[in-house]
Each structure stands twice: as C-alpha cells, then as structure tokens.
Design a protein around this ligand. Structure first.
Ligand SMILES: Cc1ncc(COP(=O)(O)O)c(C=O)c1O
Length: 373
C-alpha cells in the first residue's frame, strides 16, 4: 500500500528526544519548548510563539485571546475541517460560512463582505492544502470593518503570500503539528502573534489560568500545554523545513507533469503565492466515475487516498440547526463540487518518484474510457 501520508523524522529528532529524556525535563517546561517557540516565530516573522497541544487548541486559544464570545459572529470558509466551526462554537459565537475560490480552494475573498454584519468580530482564513489565502484582500476587508483576523496555518507551514509567511498577517496565526503535517511533533500546535497581550492571554489560558496567588483563579483556563519531548521533535523538524518544502514541491511538480492532461483539476500556485502543497488534491473531471468508485479502485490497487473536506453546511451535526449553530442557508457550489469530486493523493515526504509514477498510472487507469477499453 502506498500510504496517503507518513511522517519523516530524518534530522535531530532522536538526539533531541534523548536529551530531553536524560535531562528529565519531559513535561511542559524545558529548553526545547522555549527554543521551538522562538525559532518558529522567528521563521514565520512574528514576535511571539505560544506552543500548545494541537492545532485545535491553538485555534481555540486564538479565539479566546481575541475575546470572541456569545453574540459574536466569525466568518469561516464552509470548505474546511470541522475544527474551524467547532472552536467558534466552543466560545459561544456563531460561525458564518463563505464559499471557496474555485482555483485555490481557500475562502473566496469576493464573497466575504456580503456576510459581514454588525456582529462580525473576526475572519478566519484557512490556508487550504498548502496554498495561502488572498491575504491582501482579507486584511483590507478586516481593516475596513474593524475585524480581527485568525489565520489557520495547519496545512501551510512556510507558505508565503507576497513574500511574507502565513501566520504573520493576521492578529493570530495557528499551526498544527499533527503527524501528517509538514512539521510534526506527533500531536501539537502553536499560536503566533505580534501582540504581547494576545500572547500573554494565550499563555495564561493554556495553563489552567494559573495566576498568583496560586490556585486562586480569575478565569477559566485549560491544560493545552505541549511537552518538552514533543517540542524536541518539533525543533528538529523545523531545522529541516527547507528540505521538507522542497520535497513537497517536487512531489507536486511530478504529479503535475504526469497528470496535467488527464481531465483533472489540479492544485494551482497563484501569482505572488508560494504553495507548499501539504497534500496534493485533485478534482475529478467527467471522464471518471464517481469519487467513491475511483477511490475504491485505487484502494484495491494499493493506493491510499483521503477525501476532501465535507463542507460545514453539509455536516449532519450542524445541518438541522440548533441554538448554537442556526440552520445555514445560502448556496456554496464550489465547496459542494470539491467535496463531491475531490480527494488527495499520497503526498508524504518519504515517497519516491517510482511511487508517484505508480499512483499517477493507477489514477489514469480509472478513466471510464480506459476501463471500458
Ligand atoms: C485546516 C486545519 N485546521 C485545524 C486542524 C487541527 O489540527 P489538530 O489536528 O492538530 O488539532 C487541522 C488538522 O488536523 C487542519 O487541517
């Protein structure tokens, strides 16, 4: 089986883990935590890094630190992981959905303004599958309407827009270091910001809102801490981010060469954007059968794939409406099409060129004309 994604631990991971273990600093303090936070924020061009236990908790902390709460609305793409909606709801606020740009699959900046109301507090820009959102338009809209901007960079470590790294545009950038991400700590996350107050608030809330005197709490906090052992892995990963992005771009260039005339919509790289191609997504043209048929056939032939996201307006948990998330209306044809016809191919860093060729050949063999020949 060619797996859809496997982590690559080919740097100082083992050495740093041993150092952490031998030092006995294995919990949520230690030199790897501070080094990882500092080096990640420096790499992305922000002042502060606050590590935490996942991308989800980074986003939750971001919303809390920005003061998002009951009565607020947050604009999110409908085509995203459900986490985007869940964290907004966890704060007592309401997610408001926007369709995707048909080329980049990121939130469509042209469709944001019509969703802004007097309750809108923030825009969440999710950099989809490695491509940066159109951050100039999003920042302009935010400035015009006095809104906060949260960047979800879980899938786009190192991606740039107009030469600037994602995570450094908005009030907060949130990263995931889950096992399939470009940088991984197994599980983990980080919030980046240039704002000292936001960083301090996030640090407070990730650590049970401990203040002085200890055990007397003025706020509700969480245990969202990263461990020194996880940070040791993260630091080693970050040291090799250049090579990782180069490999992702090589995978994308190879697939593009092999698949460009195969009736598929392939990932793009818009002008002024650096796509880090976290996963190589494709959208099937009409000469293929249903997505389920193609995915099943690929699986039978040893190719693992993963479906594109089910958009928020199609989620059973939200569809019927509730006091938390009133029934969504509107049409989201781009997101619907992406979910109906889109999935991603094996894109892990350890993949060889021979494996990429095998994947492409198996996919080409799924065309209806080929199947009936
Ligand atoms: C766009 C997006 N946001 C948030 C997350 C959540 O990250 P985590 O799994 O680390 O909680 C993920 C990935 O898993 C993601 O793809």
């Amino acid at each position: 089986m060619i797996p859809v994604c496997e982590p690559l631990l080919d740097g100082n991971e083992e050495k740093y883990i041993l150092e952490a273990v031998r030092s006995t600093w294995i919990s949520s303090a230690g030199r790897f935590i501070t080094d990882f936070e500092e080096q990640m924020s420096t790499y992305c061009g922000t002042r502060f890094g606050v590590s935490c236990s996942s991308g989800t908790t980074a986003l939750h902390l971001a919303c809390l630190a920005l003061g998002i709460g009951p009565g607020d609305e947050v604009i999110i793409p409908t085509f995203t992981l459900i986490v985007s909606a869940n964290v907004v709801i966890a704060c007592g606020a309401k997610p408001v959905l926007v369709d995707s740009d048909p080329d980049t699959w990121c939130i469509d900046p042209q469709k944001i303004e019509e969703k802004i109301t007097s309750k809108t507090k923030a825009i969440m820009a999710v950099h989809m599958y490695g491509h940066p959102c159109a951050m100039d338009s999003i920042m302009m809209l935010a400035q015009k309407h006095g809104l906060k901007v949260i960047e979800d960079c879980a899938e786009a470590h190192g991606a740039t827009y107009q030469g600037k790294k994602v995570g450094s545009f908005g009030d907060v950038g949130a990263f995931s270091f889950y096992g399939n991400k470009i940088l991984t700590t197994g599980e983990g996350g980080m919030l980046l910001t240039n704002d000292k107050t936001i960083a301090a608030k996030a640090r407070l809330l990730r650590n049970q809102a401990f203040e002085e005197p200890r055990f007397v709490h003025r706020e509700i906090g969480y245990n969202y801490r990263l461990t020194n052992v996880q940070a040791a892995i993260g630091l080693a990963q970050l040291e090799r981010i250049k090579q990782k992005i180069a490999k992702k771009r090589h995978i994308a260039a190879t697939y593009e060469k092999l698949l460009k005339s195969a009736d598929l919509t392939l990932p793009v790289e818009k002008p002024q954007s650096l796509n880090v191609y976290w996963m190589y997504g494709i959208v099937l043209g009409s000469s293929y059968g249903t997505k389920d048929e193609v995915v099943k056939r690929l699986g039978q032939n040893g190719i693992q794939t993963r479906s594109f996201f089910c958009p928020m307006h199609q989620q059973p948990v939200y569809r019927s409406g509730s006091s938390l998330f009133p029934k969504v209306d509107g049409h989201y044809p781009v997101a619907d099409h992406l979910f109906k016809r889109g999935f991603y191919l094996p894109s892990g860093l350890p993949l060889s060129d021979d494996q990429l060729t095998e994947v492409a050949e198996q996919l080409l063999a799924c065309r209806k004309t080929t199947l009936s020949a």
